[in-house]
Design a protein around this ligand. Structure first.
Ligand SMILES: CC(=O)[C@@H](O)[C@H](O)COP(=O)(O)O
Ligand SMILES: NCC(=O)COP(=O)(O)O
Length: 250
């Protein structure tokens, strides 16, 4: 089955937040994305709300509840107590745990599973009691021992951090080298019984080699590159292009 596309709305929210006005509407663009074939919506509510605001979550939850069967809400973030309250309130189908410090401009690394063993174990235990699928952000580092810890603490999936791969748009040889390590990391994760998602700086250009190397990739979450294309081609056409780049027949 081709990888599913979850559209990350953070970049739309960031544009909206330039003014004290309600447009561009995060909910309306989310609706267009779902109607165009996206399988879900992703938000990363950062503590300072500089992108998605906490008040965006309820209308997005309602939108997904009224969308085609199987549409999913994915909420990403560092698991501090405020984040956990948001997740408890809005019950996403998937929670993606990232090790971000609030001062980070954007996500730029996966978990150190050895150091975060106890934190992740406790948090994932709480999320499992809510019945939520949990994905954990992971570097493209084929470190079996680290991924074994991810499995032991209860993660269902890893999300491969593809920032370094996306950054190689002008250095294809380096991109191929990174793709190799992403693929090896995914192979180990599958072997351990983990599912594999991917995200960060993915584009219509770099998705096809990624899904060719990792054919069992479950989901990609994409915001920055997709929003840039939506400005040029419109959200509907852009979502279709990204779905096709995932190998979907749309
Ligand atoms: C985990 C991840 O890679 C995404 O959440 C990405 O960081 C997008 O978040 P921003 O749009 O807030 O940078
Ligand atoms: N989990 C990654 C994500 O949601 C989107 O990241 P980006 O495409 O905005 O870099």
């Amino acid at each position: 089955m081709p990888a599913k596309l979850s559209v990350n709305l953070n970049a739309i929210a960031m544009l909206r937040n330039r003014r004290d006005l309600p447009w561009p509407s995060v909910t309306d663009l989310g609706r267009i994305a779902l109607e165009a074939g996206a399988s879900g919506l992703t938000v990363h509510p950062r503590p300072d709300q500089r992108h998605v605001r906490f008040s965006d979550l309820a209308p997005l939850r309602a939108l997904i509840d009224n969308a085609a069967a199987g549409a999913e809400f994915n909420i990403e973030g560092f698991p501090e107590e405020n984040f956990m309250r948001l997740v408890e309130e809005h019950r996403p189908e998937q929670v993606t745990l990232v090790p971000d410090d609030p001062s980070q401009a954007t996500s730029d690394h996966g978990w150190d599973f050895r150091k975060s063993h106890n934190l992740l174990g406790n948090i994932i235990g709480r999320l499992k009691k809510l019945g939520l699928r949990v994905s954990v952000f992971a570097d493209g580092d084929p470190d079996r021992e680290a991924l074994t810890i991810a499995r032991e603490v209860g993660a269902d999936r890893i999300e491969l951090y593809t920032g370094p791969y996306g950054g190689c748009y002008d250095n294809l040889a380096e991109g191929e080298r990174i793709l190799k390590t992403l693929g090896e990391t995914a192979d180990i994760a599958f072997d351990l019984g983990l599912g594999v998602n991917a995200g960060h700086d993915l584009t219509v250009a770099n998705l096809p080699p990624l899904v060719a190397r990792i054919p069992r990739l479950a989901e990609v979450s994409i915001g920055h590159g997709l929003t840039a294309d939506a400005l040029q081609y419109g959200m509907t056409e852009t979502v279709r292009r990204f779905c096709r780049a995932c190998g979907q027949d749309v």
